[in-house]
Design a protein around this ligand. Structure first.
Ligand SMILES: *[C@@H]1O[C@H](CO)[C@@H](O)[C@H](O)[C@H]1NC(C)=O
Ligand SMILES: *[C@@H]1O[C@H](CO)[C@@H](O)[C@H](O)[C@H]1NC(C)=O
Length: 461
């Protein structure tokens, strides 16, 4: 390389071969510093994670302030490059919006939600017979829009080894659990190890519903259903703040209405403590309108006790277009058509369950029974679908007068339901095994009561 200076003389740079060689070496030396640095950084991250004892491995928010400050940047970087993975386990038997809300909260704590699903055998041993089998539970939990992965056959009792496997093999950052205590048989906290590792996060349990409560509703609904239904409605109205619960005995003796001022602790949850808030609906909604030009598919029904049959038909329905709109019938309509003991879940509860399903884009809360011209126009519906399996059987297929308008317009389609399970199937399972479920509920009843007695405020995500 050379150039001429202003005075005509030649300024020579790196003219000799030795000088050029020197420059090359210097350049290489300068380059090796960042390369070596990167190698050391990469090695340390990997060796620390592989060889160091558990307590020195990567964990968010380390004990010692000095170390945590030192590693803060590293942790931040890691979080940016790798998704934060959160784990929540459960039985998810008789899945309801309380489960969905727990999954939603867990998902908010990270980027990916991994669910550990407990096997049928473990549920049977720990609680009594499950209402839904493994495949059904997996179909339900896997369809919730906040779930990214399901780990099969998670243990009911969390061992330290299993937690360690979660942290290493499944790359879980945080283990999540509700604010009710979870104890091992020896009385120790099941999450002690995760807590000690700084990898435990608590979420707010959703009040007003539990599987125990829903099983209780099903057991009740077959006893003296019409009268029970009427009373339940009355009481729900009366205590719509949701703060009161009424015991089984009180209802059965028909004096449910006289307990308003009584401070007696409730024996069994019947009146749902569900407090429908507008925020909950917002949390569960996508809030995204159908994109312009989208093909909107409409399906209506009760969707009571949201089950795998619903999931499968919604999946099929969604595949017919770009946007799935679900019309939910009112409680009164369902009661009139299917009997006074139904629905088990009220309109708001059903809306939340349906909204939590990943195939659903929007829900009409209280849709008309009849699919009218007005409905089709308002929502720009391109196709109305109906499954072959329904609660009321053949009496309610696509030829029913309430589908007359879409039929005339030739936008009515019948989809073959992949499963023949219905809400009645599930109620039947519980009622036909009444003794076992009553025992199961009585057992659970105690821990439920203990929770409500000792509960404290936990902020929801
Ligand atoms: C209504 O739906 C049709 C598809 O069936 C679509 O072509 C049209 O753009 C939609 N209208 C609006 C206003 O989105
Ligand atoms: C629930 O537990 C209470 C005691 O905590 C008991 O008195 C009541 O009978 C139980 N109810 C049922 C339905 O088992």
């Amino acid at each position: 390389m050379s150039s001429t200076d202003g005075r005509g003389g030649r300024l020579i740079i790196f003219a000799s071969p030795e000088a050029r060689k020197d420059a090359l070496w210097w350049a290489l030396a300068a380059l090796s510093v960042p390369v070596a640095g990167a190698a050391v950084w990469w090695l340390s991250e990997n060796t620390i994670n592989r060889l160091a004892p558990r307590e020195y491995q990567y964990r968010p928010g380390t004990v010692s302030e000095y170390i945590s400050e030192l590693f803060a940047k590293h942790a931040k970087r890691r979080r940016r490059t790798k998704p934060l993975r959160v784990y929540l386990d459960g039985c998810f038997d008789v899945m309801h919006y309380g489960h969905a809300n727990a999954l939603r909260q867990a998902r908010m704590l990270g980027d990916q939600l991994v669910v550990g699903l407990i096997s049928d055998d473990e549920i049977r041993a720990a609680k009594g017979p499950p209402v839904m089998n493994y495949a059904e539970r997996k179909s339900l939990v896997g369809s919730v829009k906040w779930v990214d992965e399901v780990i099969d056959d998670a243990p009911y009792l969390l061992s330290e080894d299993f937690l360690h496997e979660l942290f290493t093999k499944h790359k879980i950052d945080y283990v999540v659990h509700g604010d009710d205590p979870c104890l091992l048989p020896d009385g120790t906290d099941a999450y002690a190890y995760a807590k000690q590792q700084g990898r435990f996060k608590m979420i707010k349990r959703t009040e007003g519903v539990s599987s125990t409560d829903i099983v209780g509703r099903m057991l009740m609904c077959t006893r003296d259903n019409a009268r029970f239904r009427e009373e339940r409605r009355e009481l729900t109205k009366q205590f719509s703040s949701g703060e009161r619960r009424v015991s089984l005995e009180e209802l059965e003796n028909g004096d449910g209405g006289s307990v308003a001022g009584s401070p007696r602790p409730p024996a069994h949850t019947i009146i749902s403590r569900f407090m429908p808030t507008s925020r909950r609906i917002v949390q569960f909604s996508d809030g995204v309108p159908a994109p312009p030009g989208a093909r909107i598919v409409y399906i209506d029904g009760g969707f009571d006790l949201f089950h795998p049959g619903h999931v499968e038909i919604l999946k099929l329905a969604r595949a017919q277009g770009d946007f799935l709109l679900v019309g939910l019938h009112t409680d009164d309509d369902i009661m009139e058509r299917r009997g006074a003991h139904l629905p088990i879940m009220d309109l708001h509860e059903r809306a939340l369950s349906v909204l939590a399903c990943c195939y659903v884009n929007e829900v009409i809360i209280g849709a008309p029974l009849e699919v009218t011209e007005d409905l089709l126009t308002t929502f720009n519906i391109s196709l109305v679908v109906r499954g072959t399996v329904s609660e009321t059987g053949a009496a309610d297929n696509a030829d029913h007068p309430r589908y007359m308008v879409p039929k005339q317009r030739d936008i009515m389609r019948t989809l073959r339901s992949p499963r023949d399970i219905t809400t009645a199937t599930i109620i039947h399972r519980i009622v036909s095994n009444r003794a076992a479920y009553e025992a199961r509920n009585a057992k659970k009843n105690k821990s439920e009561a203990a929770y409500y007695q000792s509960k404290q405020h936990v902020t929801e995500m």
